[in-house]
Design a protein around this ligand. Structure first.
Ligand SMILES: Nc1ncnc2c1ncn2[C@@H]1O[C@H](COP(=O)(O)OP(=O)(O)OP(=O)(O)O)[C@@H](O)[C@H]1O
Ligand SMILES: [Mg+2]
Length: 245
């Protein structure tokens, strides 16, 4: 069961949308997928038609000392999601302190999920801000996709931020109308081996999909972004294997 962690080079680049879209695309290829939200923003579930009022999730369960795996929601047969859950501003540091006390806990969770045999793929939607927690979650993954947009901000970060070893760069919101974006994409293709050989274009269908609370492939199967996510899912099948025990 391969585990893929997706993390933005910074916030707002589209990591959660890509995670939801990739989960949908893998499912369409017949794979059984569990997608897990690691972000306190708790937005992933909104790509899967959850009500805004939903507060349940794995972090909420940890804080309430209740079983985390009971918080998984079935979107459709073979596609489940585990929300982070809602924590108040006061509760978040309390959860963090508790989570830090048992750093190996997530490895146990992943082992349980692997042993269950219920899923073929696990997708982790990580918050962009780097932290000791994010580092551990990434370490548990077989592949890490660092999502970025073709702009000067990302370019600067590529020079300054240390990319997690072995991570692949996934360009999202690419717009071929922009000369700067074209130049950056071409430059990165020439100089960055880690750049994935496929990009996801800026596509109104992707923006509308969240408004409709659906993964883009469900919202518009004929959209360019959905097609590109299908290609990404195929790439994952060909290149990512669950090598970790
Ligand atoms: N390829 C795309 N084309 C058009 N709009 C997109 C695309 N990808 C993402 N978006 C839009 O960009 C916005 C931010 O996306 P998203 O919430 O997925 O980003 P994020 O990186 O997860 O943000 P955060 O750092 O807040 O978690 C959303 O409104 C989403 O619909
Ligand atoms: Mg997000």
């Amino acid at each position: 069961m391969p585990v893929i962690a997706l993390q933005g080079i910074r916030g707002g680049v589209g990591t959660t949308s890509v995670t939801a879209g990739l989960a949908w695309a893998l499912r369409r290829l017949g794979e059984r997928v569990l997608v897990i939200d690691f972000s306190p923003d708790n937005q992933l579930c909104l790509h899967f038609n959850a009500p805004l009022s939903l507060t349940a999730g794995w972090a909420r369960a940890e804080l309430d000392a209740s079983p985390w795996h009971q918080e998984a929601l079935r979107y459709e047969e073979g596609l489940d999601l585990l929300p982070f859950g809602h924590l108040s501003v006061a509760e978040h540091p309390r959860w963090l302190a508790q989570h830090r006390q048992e750093p190996g806990r997530w490895m146990q969770y992943l082992t349980q999920l692997r042993d269950s045999g219920d899923y073929d793929w696990l997708l982790l939607d990580l918050p962009a801000a780097d932290s000791a927690c994010a580092e551990r979650w990434r370490a548990a993954a077989d592949a890490v996709f660092c999502v970025l947009t073709a702009d000067a901000n990302s370019h600067i970060r590529l020079h300054r931020q240390q990319m997690p070893p072995g991570s692949r760069l996934l360009l999202n919101q690419f717009s071929a109308d922009s000369r700067l974006q074209q130049d950056l994409q071409q430059y990165w293709r020439q100089h960055l081996d880690a750049l994935l050989p496929l990009s996801i274009h800026r596509d109104e269908a992707m923006a509308e999909a969240l408004a409709a609370k659906q993964p883009v492939g469900e919202y518009s199967a004929i959209s360019l972004a959905a097609d590109e996510l299908n290609v990404l899912a195929g790439w994952c099948l060909a290149h990512v294997s669950g090598a970790r025990p």
